[in-house]
Design a protein around this ligand. Sequence first.
Ligand SMILES: [Zn+2]
Length: 249
Amino acid sequence: MSVNNLSPAEVTRYSLQIALEKWGREAQEKVKSSRVLLAGGGGVGSVAALHLLATGVGCLRVVDQARVSLAELNSSVIYRERDLGKVKAAVAERRLKEVNPFVLVEGHGKALSEHNVTRLTSGCQVLIDAMGSSTAGYILNQAAVKHRLPLVHARVWEMDGVLTTFWPGQGPCLACAFPSSLPERQPGLIGPLPGIIGALLALEVLRVLGGLGPALVGRLLLFRGDSFLFREEPIRANPYCPVCRHLIN
Ligand SMILES: [Zn+2]
């Protein structure tokens, strides 16, 4: 049977027939009706977006004010040379729609700020912080705490990457783990690294959306590309955290 000959509704039914033991129709329906904010359309964000849309996330809202640069073409796989200088969010919206024409993709080429975070996170079930920016990260964290939303956080640099899920009320928030600022990292990274972290990020988001529950609340997962080793560090909620302490029993 060719999917090309099917109507959108039939495609949905067709995809739902590919049920996994731990991922059935109910999980897929939840994913289909979900809305996700992706802050950061770079390497990690672009790979995560590809997987989320291919799996059928109903709406993906991409926020990034930066423009496509030559230095990131080795790692941000949705961009092409002809995109250089264009706003990432606009290019991402156009290209990601090709991945799955039956879902909604919104590109917002603006900086995440205290003035627009409420509007941009409105209706979202999961927030993704793939910006690599302390400023944007803490603004998103404020929204996650306010609405008790999971904030899946990823950063990559050189040959290393980290991934965790902050879920205020269920575990630590970003400010519990990094009270003052995110660690400073050198720019530049090996090409496939965002693919590794971005795919894991997408899997974690799908776990949350599909009802399997997050894997990384209270766990900071670290991948070292030079040794091919994963390790993890515990992160605990800080009862004195100025942002989320009112949610900690
Ligand atoms: Zn906190």
